[in-house]
Design a protein around this ligand. Structure first.
Ligand SMILES: Nc1nc2c(ncn2[C@@H]2O[C@H](COP(=O)(O)OP(=O)(O)OP(=O)(O)O)[C@@H](O)[C@H]2O)c(=O)[nH]1
Length: 214
């Protein structure tokens, strides 16, 4: 099996933002209210779409107590889901710290990342605006979605699928000869834009990334 067919996704974010709820929702379509907080869980599953099957490992982390632990998680993964709660500003700030750490360790150019604002059903106690999430995603060139693990399977599923799609595209890019990469990068960006629609805002480098409230 090639790298293209295998993906290691780590779920990171502050404590209690819904990392386990989002992960289990994606894997089982079900929402379970309470999970054990003190352990990391590793799930494996096969996902097939666009005529390609990918073996996906998903590491649902409990909040890391040490920097070494966080670095270990980041080193292990080749794709990232950063979860914050739209009703907890501190979790959004933590997402920024995580994005900075991933950027420093891996570089974001070839690291597929989604920023996931969870608990969208709690609109009445919202502390983080949609625009804030969108802006941060533009700054770090990652995808951005707002979801509710509690209320909606489809949104969570779409977000994971788009991460997997992007990871596949990035893996494919890495295997191309260097001279062809520039043109190919434009093609991938265009392809993602076509699949998810355009956000209407440009990045500093001109790339557009998908962004949805789902
Ligand atoms: N209203 C609402 N509550 C949610 C949602 N997702 C998770 N929760 C609740 O938030 C709490 C924390 O959810 P978890 O999935 O355990 O969060 P976690 O980030 O895995 O927590 P730790 O493992 O402690 O870091 C639980 O009480 C969930 O029921 C959501 O979309 N909406």
């Amino acid at each position: 099996m090639t790298n293209c067919d295998r993906l290691k996704v780590v779920i990171l974010g502050n404590s209690r933002v819904g990392k386990s709820a989002v992960t289990v929702r994606y894997l089982t379509k079900r929402y379970i209210g309470e999970y054990s907080s003190f352990k990391d869980y590793l799930y494996q599953h096969s996902v097939s779409f666009d005529n390609v099957t990918t073996e996906v490992e998903i590491l649902d982390t409990s909040a890391c107590k040490t920097t070494a632990c966080l670095h270990e998680h980041i080193s292990w993964a080749n794709a990232f889901v950063l979860v914050y709660s739209i009703c907890e500003k501190a979790s959004f700030q933590q997402a920024r710290v995580l994005l900075e750490t991933i950027s420093a360790m891996k570089g974001l150019r070839y690291a597929p990342v989604i920023l996931l604002g969870n608990k969208r059903d709690l609109e009445h106690v919202r502390q983080v605006g949609v625009d804030d999430g969108h802006e941060m995603s533009l700054q770090f060139q990652c995808q951005f979605y707002e979801v509710s693990a509690a209320e909606n399977y489809v949104g969570v599923s779409l977000a994971f699928q788009s991460l997997i799609r992007e990871a596949r595209a990035m893996q494919a890019l890495k295997t191309l000869p260097v001279r062809r990469k520039v043109g190919a990068a434009m093609t991938v960006s265009k392809m993602i834009g076509m699949v998810f629609g355009k956000s209407g805002k440009s990045l500093q480098n001109g790339k557009k990334r998908p962004s949805l409230s789902i």
